[in-house]
Design a protein around this ligand. Structure first.
Ligand SMILES: [Zn+2]
Length: 262
């Protein structure tokens, strides 16, 4: 999700910019401008490649990046951010909120919204969790069962992913060495030369076709360790719905990060 708000209006030869001294040390110079007063979620990024000032929303980190071209004046960058203060606040405010694993929360699991129902009973010996059609039913003796719920979802994700991966590997006649499912920070999946595949448990919050695509992608790497045309052809053949899955992950993948966020 990127948005160029407005081009840099005052160029170097024009108006105020002419008098501006381009700072040599951006870090030091940044201190002179109270960017965090505009928004505590504003992050200034000095970029060698950027041609113009831009505001870019990072929904995963829940921050707004102010991209400043290397030679641009920080004063103009500050003014630009200040002029767009309302826009910045609005965008950050309309980001989907994090959803904690607690009673009443609604979480999509395998493409279906389900409500967490926690029934607390101190006399219980252990926590029992069941995935129902409309609910995640949690019978527990814990006052905060969130870690148990997370563990349960990880196990469910692992079961489903292992089934899918095994099916697809069989089609390719390739062997999977190991499958790990964990809470990866930056990647939805990865595959090593030795056939060790890992996945983010957060795929459980994605539609089934999107999970299927990510599994197909990693399994296809058992055959092609690159992103060549041959790789993509194999990946597509292994997919339930390649177009949907690929597009969904690129457009909505970041949204999977907000469930059970710490
Ligand atoms: Zn890949």
């Amino acid at each position: 999700m990127a948005k160029r708000v407005k081009p840099l209006r005052a160029g170097r030869g024009r108006s105020r910019a002419g008098r501006e001294i381009v700072p040599t040390d951006h870090d030091m110079a940044l201190l002179a401008y109270p960017f965090d007063e505009i928004s505590s979620k504003l992050r200034v990024t000095v970029s060698r490649r950027a041609r113009r000032l831009a505001l870019r929303l990072d929904p995963k980190q829940r921050v707004m990046h102010l991209v400043v071209p290397k030679r641009a004046s920080l004063r103009l960058a500050f003014e630009f951010a200040e002029e767009n203060r309302d826009w910045i606040t609005d965008k950050l405010r309309t980001l989907p909120r994090p959803v904690a694993f607690k009673d009443g929360a609604v979480i999509p699991v395998f493409g279906r919204n389900r409500r967490i129902v926690v029934l607390y009973n101190s006399a219980l010996k252990y926590t029992d969790i069941q995935l129902k059609k409309e609910e995640i039913l949690v019978l527990t003796n814990k006052t905060d069962p969130a870690p148990r719920i997370r563990r349960f979802l990880m196990d469910e994700a692992k079961k489903r992913i292992e089934e899918l991966a095994a099916e697809k590997a069989t089609l390719l006649r390739r062997r999977i060495n190991s499958i790990q499912v964990k809470d990866t920070k930056s990647r939805w999946g990865s595959c090593s030369e030795d056939g060790d595949i890992s996945f983010s448990y957060r795929l459980i919050f994605a539609p089934a076709k999107a999970m299927d695509y990510v599994v197909a992608h990693e399994v296809a790497h058992l055959m092609h360790m690159d992103h060549s045309d041959n790789f993509w052809r194999t990946c597509e053949n292994l997919c339930w719905d390649y177009e949907f899955g690929k597009q969904w992950m690129s457009e909505n993948g970041y949204d999977l990060m907000r469930f059970g966020s710490l």
